[in-house]
Design a protein around this ligand. Structure first.
Ligand code: SF4
Length: 378
């Protein structure tokens, strides 16, 4: 039976995560019986620029053009990074960057064209919906036209970044300059209609309530009903205290919030006084929050085949546990990752470690491509 919004909220209010894990594990087995391997992809995240005008409150990665450490990568640097990826049997390049007003359309087109020419077998998984919408707007192109041009140059698929919480109540607070939830979904719908497969993400821990999370899940599920274009759903956690630009917090009591304001002058504070059972504390998600939301995602998204564990934000131990909380995939090896690292989370891993963790959780391991086709088993 399909979960409605109230049922999703009810599940999120259930703190018995063993019960939720059991339900999610049963759901996972409908898509991926235990006889099927747990998969991962060898990939690299290249962030072509960190200059970004969007200035999301939670982002520790972006810089102003004049700020020390701001950069734009040229093709030669990116080519070398991809050569390193290919030399370790990597198949997926995840290419994302800030919303940089100085980059002309040719930068993006030539980048994809050159990568395709030099690496014909590479999966170029590039440009999340905020980037696509921004590049299209700056160049007076429709999203459809821009996507056609990028596909012609060799774009393979689109990553599901920039979704955070697809509920404008939250987006207005944390990233008011970013595309709205509707725009994010519209870019994805156009991409799917253009023949591109994409992933979908959800970043939580911004002070959203369970209703906001349910809205996010239902919007993704509705679009998937129409297009069947999402290959996977990737929920992960926001790391608030490690972000350099702001500390954003939420309190269950006005007294505590006043204390927080006094002790953190100049920091950003979002008021979100809701009932404790409906609150996700922004002051840091716990493994309990993560596993619970992962399990409920698996249960709610009955039309998305793959759910990824996030070892990057959770570490390998929790990622391993995730395999009994609805996840069937370990994501990428991430030869390079900059955005989460900029927030101070520094988890790193290797193929051997991933395989070892999958095996020790009682599953077989396999390397896959971006389409979730198995390349080789271990
Ligand atoms: S999250 Fe993305 S869009 Fe927002 S400021 Fe950071 S780089 Fe820019």
């Amino acid at each position: 039976m399909r979960l409605n919004k109230n049922q999703i909220i009810e599940l999120l209010e259930n703190n018995n995560i063993l019960e939720l894990g059991q339900l999610a594990d049963e759901k996972r087995q409908e898509f991926h019986p235990d006889s099927k391997p747990v998969t991962f992809v060898i990939d690299r995240n290249v962030n072509y620029t960190n200059i970004c005008t969007c200035k999301c409150e939670f982002c520790a990665f972006h810089k102003d053009k004049v700020e020390k450490g701001s950069y734009v990568l040229d093709y030669e640097i990116i080519r070398k990074k991809v050569e390193e990826l290919v030399s370790v049997n990597g198949t997926q390049l995840l290419l994302q960057g800030g919303l940089n007003p100085d980059l002309p359309l040719e930068y993006y087109l030539e980048l994809i064209k050159n990568l395709r020419k030099n690496f014909p077998d590479l999966t170029i998984h590039a440009f999340s919906p905020p980037e696509i919408a921004y590049i299209a707007k700056n160049n007076n192109l429709s999203v459809k036209k821009l996507l056609e041009m990028l596909i012609d140059c060799g774009l393979s698929s689109i990553p599901g970044g920039g979704a955070e919480i697809l509920d404008d109540e939250i987006r207005q607070k944390i990233s008011p300059n970013k595309i709205s939830a509707e725009q994010w979904l519209s870019v994805m719908e156009t991409a799917h209609e253009s023949g591109l497969k994409t992933t979908a993400t959800m970043v939580f821990g911004f002070g959203e309530n369970y209703g906001n999370i349910a809205n996010h899940l239902l919007k993704i599920r509705d679009l998937q009903d129409r297009t069947n274009g999402f290959t996977a759903f990737i929920p992960w956690t926001f790391a608030p205290f490690k972000n350099s630009s702001s500390v954003i917090a939420v309190s269950r009591s006005p007294e505590r919030s006043e204390c927080f304001r006094r002790n953190n002058p100049g920091k950003i504070f979002l008021d979100c006084f809701v009932e404790p059972q409906a609150l996700l504390a922004m002051t840091g998600n716990t493994a309990h929050d993560y596993l619970k939301i992962l399990a409920v995602s698996r249960l709610a998204l009955d039309n998305i085949p793959n759910i990824q564990a996030s070892w990057v934000t959770q570490g390998l131990n929790i990622a391993q546990l995730s395999l009994r909380f609805g996840a069937n995939d370990f994501g990428g090896t991430m030869l390079e990752e900059n955005v989460v690292r900029a927030a101070g989370v520094n988890n790193r891993t290797t193929v051997d470690e991933i395989v070892d963790n999958i095996r020790k959780a009682g599953f077989k391991a396999a390397r896959r491509n971006t389409k979730y086709e198995i390349i080789n088993k271990f």
